[in-house]
Structures are given as structure tokens and as C-alpha cells.
Design a protein around this ligand. Structure first.
Ligand SMILES: Cc1cc2nc3c(=O)[nH]c(=O)nc-3n(C[C@H](O)[C@H](O)[C@H](O)COP(=O)(O)OP(=O)(O)OC[C@H]3O[C@@H](n4cnc5c(N)ncnc54)[C@H](O)[C@@H]3O)c2cc1C
Length: 433
């Protein structure tokens, strides 16, 4: 039962991965935390469901990882790879190679509920079906007045809190109302679950780079229940705009030769749904007694569209900074600016390189072709280096390290000067229907 007369230390708005992680750590640290979510769990969230490695230790601490694996609601991705713009395919099995479990796949309907319940079990008060509709700061008292409305035309409730954390997703009405965000999310992505039994997807996860879609891509992940998650990312800088998403989503699913080869042509599933992505980080994610975390802070990799691990890592940094600020008795803007610096150092600066890579990929698709050539020549060791960078374990600037960049240069030159080499023409053909 939420106590409307009490003054909370922190009110977190939004119980996605960012909000629940932040609430979990703060409550565990002994602070009085209110976590408000406009939906009731279980609730779906449009997503590719690929949870990269940086998130795993946090999920383990929350008890969520073990439970989801035990209940067979999550599974690690082992086999997979990518298909380059020219159709060169590389696929391997990373688990049998070095045991690296880089990506966990879990439907958000399960993940988000488990995380919110973990935050509640740690002591946060979880208010479901409470949409925050207003927040105003009273500098003299050093506290926020929060207005929330119960589902539908339900009654309005008011809460007081010393700190407000906006974890309300890519559109972040709160972040916009409070002046942290001034622009719309830049990218958009579709999702459709395709039913187990109706597809013949042979991998755990695969990325497809149709030339027309660059710098966007198609991602397919196998879920623990055998469904596959089919996503099309449209990223700025390419041929398509957000309004093209529905058409491109269906056309690729129905007639792209690489995708139909892997899924079959008789797939059944839900209708396409879509949601926006705010990528690359916002300029200022803090204010007086105020932080923004996760998608609200734009903590999504501009190259891969992945944001769950950054939402979780960023939220843990926010919680650490807030605990410190409470201990020091200073919740002002300068004190909370440390949060922004810390997440920028941890992963935000690398978004710059991710954005450069995304642009380069769109201008020079043969880079990906050369990479696929090399992966086929050198095998899994080479591929795992790439996968570690793409999943954020190593920074994107490591793509420039000699071990990766030097072998890539002659491969690019071969592609540029000679065109497609006969060996790869064979490969290309052998992988088409
Ligand atoms: C189609 C698609 C595919 C994606 N695929 C991947 C992927 O495979 N891997 C990956 O890592 N990332 C992926 N992402 C990005 C990922 O979904 C986000 O980065 C992640 O969900 C961010 O978590 P969050 O907690 O910040 O926000 P969200 O998950 O959006 O959670 C925000 C929460 O706030 C609640 N809320 C909003 N407004 C209010 C309000 N006023 N009052 C109360 N509650 C409110 C919402 O109901 C929601 O529960 C994808 C995104 C899209 C759109």
C-alpha cells in the first residue's frame, strides 16, 4: 500500500529495466523508494529481447537471471552470426567455442515483471497502474510534488519525494516537461513474434544487413518458448524514414532471400508493432534533485539499437550516485552531475564511435562484406572479437585496433578492387534459395 502522506527519498517513474534496477539498488541501500508504473504487470514491451552481457551480473544480483533460466523463460544465444549486404553469410557457435554467453534472450513480458517484483522485494513500493501526470519542484523545501492518476479515469494521488528519477522510456514525457529533452527519438524499430512451429529458423540469433536498409538492419532472435522475434531497425542516415517501417518490415519478411531461407515462407505470428528509440545519449541527464535514466536519457547504442544493458548499467550508476549524494546531504544539480560524467565514462562516450561506425557502414557497405569474408576465412576467434564489440563488452573504438583493423584493410581492398571474389560468389549462391 502506497503511503501518500509520507515523503519518499526517491520516486522512480517507469518500471522498465532502468527504473526497476534503480529502485532495486536504492531500496537495498536503505532509501525509501516509490516506483510508479502506468501499466499493470505482466505487460509487454516492444523489443528485440536480446539482453547483452553487461546486464547479466545486475540481473543475477536481483535474483532475476537465475529465476528466468530456471523457469525456462530465458535462454542464452549461442549459434548465429550475420549476413552482409552482398549476401555473404557467416554463422558459428560461440558457446561451444569459448563458452562466452554474450546475449540472453527473454521476452520483455517476463523480464520486466521479474525486475519490478525484485525491486519490490528489495523494499521499493511498487505502484502499478499509476501514470505520473505532473511533477513540480519546490526549491524551498527541496522536494517534488508528484501527481499520478490511477488507470482510466481513476482518482488522482499526490506524493512527495526528495529526488525524482525519470525512467519513463524513449518518449519520456517527464524528461520533456522538465526540460531535459528537447527532441523526438531518432529511430524506430518494428517487432513481430513468429510462432514456434511456423518457422524453421536454425539459429539462436542472426543479424541481416540488406543494403537498402543500412545503417539499419534486421535482427532475429530465438525465444525460450521457440517463437522467434523478428525486428526491423530503421536508423537515420539511410534510405528509409520511420514512415516506411511497415512496408519494409513486411516486404523483407515476405521476399528477402536470406530471411525467407532462414524462416520459411509460411510464418505465422502477431501483427507488426513498433516503438521509437532515443539513441546516443542526451546532453544533460540531471538537474536539481532530478535524474533521467535508460531510454529517457538516450542510453541506446546508435550502431546496434541495444539499450537494455545500458539502461540497467546506467540505472546502477544513478543509484550509486544518489546514495552518495544522500550521504553527503547534497542533492543539487552539481552533486548529481557526477551521474552524467560517470555513465559517459562507463559507456556513453563510446556512443560517439558507434555513431561513426553506423554512418561508415551506410556509406561503405563493402566493409561488412569484407568482414564476412574474413570471418569465413578466420573462423570463430575473429567473429567473437566482433561480437564482443557489437554487444558492448569491448568499446566500439576497438574496431580500430590492429588485430581487427589490419586484416580488414586487405579484405576491403580485395572487395573494392577486384569486386566479389569467386570463392565468395560461390558462398553467396550456396546460401540463397
Ligand atoms: C522494437 C525495438 C527493439 C529493441 N530491441 C532491443 C534489443 O534486442 N536489445 C536491447 O538491449 N534493446 C533493444 N531495444 C531498446 C530497449 O527496448 C530499451 O533500451 C529498453 O527498454 C530501455 O528500458 P527503459 O527502462 O529505459 O525504458 P522502457 O523499457 O521503455 O520502460 C519505461 C517504463 O516507463 C513506463 N512509463 C512511461 N510513462 C510513464 C508515466 N507517465 N507514469 C508511469 N510510468 C510510465 C512505461 O510503461 C514503461 O514500463 C529495442 C527497442 C525497440 C523499440
Amino acid at each position: 500500500m502506497i503511503d501518500t502522506s509520507m515523503r519518499y527519498d526517491v520516486c522512480v517513474v517507469g518500471a522498465g529495466p532502468a527504473g526497476s534496477t534503480c529502485a532495486f539498488y536504492l531500496a537495498r541501500g536503505g532509501l525509501r523508494v516509490l516506483l510508479l508504473e502506468k501499466h499493470r504487470f505482466p505487460r509487454d514491451k516492444i523489443c528485440g529481447d536480446a539482453v547483452c552481457r553487461m546486464a547479466h551480473p545486475h540481473l543475477e544480483r536481483m535474483g532475476v537471471l537465475q529465476a528466468l533460466l530456471r523457469e525456462k523463460r530465458a535462454r542464452y544465444t549461442a549459434s548465429g552470426g550475420f549476413v552482409s549486404p552482398a549476401g555473404v553469410r557467416y554463422a558459428g557457435d560461440s558457446a561451444s567455442h569459448d563458452g562466452a554467453q554474450l546475449v540472453l534472450t527473454v521476452k520483455r513480458v517476463h523480464l520486466d515483471e521479474a525486475m519490478a517484483r525484485a525491486a519490490a522485494a528489495a523494499g521499493a513500493e511498487l505502484g502499478e497502474q499509476r501514470r505520473v501526470i505532473g511533477a513540480s519542484f519546490e526549491p524551498r523545501r527541496g522536494e517534488w510534488r508528484i501527481q499520478a492518476r490511477a488507470r482510466g479515469a481513476g482518482p488522482e494521488s499526490r506524493f512527495r519525494t526528495r529526488v525524482l528519477v525519470a525512467a519513463d522510456g524513449a518518449n519520456s514525457p517527464l524528461g520533456r516537461a522538465l526540460g531535459l529533452i528537447r527532441s523526438a527519438p531518432q529511430a524506430v524499430c518494428s517487432r513481430a513474434y513468429l510462432k514456434a512451429g511456423s518457422h524453421r529458423f536454425p539459429y539462436d540469433g542472426m543479424v541481416y544487413y540488406p543494403r537498402e536498409l543500412l545503417p539499419g538492419y534486421v535482427g532475429i532472435q530465438r525465444e525460450a518458448d521457440g517463437d522467434v522475434n523478428y525486428c526491423v531497425f530503421i536508423v537515420p542516415g539511410g534510405r528509409y524514414a520511420s514512415r516506411d517501417l511497415r512496408r519494409v518490415h513486411h516486404r523483407l519478411l515476405e521476399s528477402n532471400p536470406w530471411i525467407t531461407r532462414d524462416l520459411g515462407t509460411q510464418v505465422e505470428g502477431e501483427r507488426m508493432r513498433a516503438a521509437p528509440l532515443r539513441m546516443g545519449g542526451i546532453a544533460r541527464s540531471f538537474g536539481d534533485h532530478l535524474l533521467a535514466v535508460g531510454d529517457a536519457a538516450g542510453q541506446i547504442d546508435p550502431l546496434t539499437g541495444e539499450g537494455i544493458q545500458y539502461a540497467i548499467e546506467g540505472a546502477s550508476i544513478a543509484a550509486r550516485t544518489l546514495e552518495q549524494a544522500f550521504a553527503e546531504g547534497d542533492l543539487g544539480r552539481r552533486s548529481l552531475a557526477r551521474y552524467h560524467r560517470r555513465w559517459m565514462t562507463a559507456f556513453g562516450r563510446d556512443f560517439f564511435w558507434a555513431r561513426q561506425m553506423s554512418r561508415l557502414q551506410a556509406r561503405l557497405p563493402l566493409l561488412l562484406d569484407a568482414f564476412a569474408d574474413l570471418s569465413n576465412e578466420r573462423g570463430m576467434d575473429f567473429m567473437i572479437q566482433w561480437a564482443r564489440i557489437m554487444t558492448g563488452i569491448q568499446p566500439k573504438r576497438d574496431l580500430l585496433r590492429p588485430g581487427l583493423a589490419l586484416p580488414l584493410l586487405p579484405a576491403i581492398a580485395r572487395r573494392a578492387v577486384k569486386g566479389v571474389r569467386p570463392r565468395h560468389l560461390t558462398l553467396f549462391r550456396s546460401h540463397r534459395e
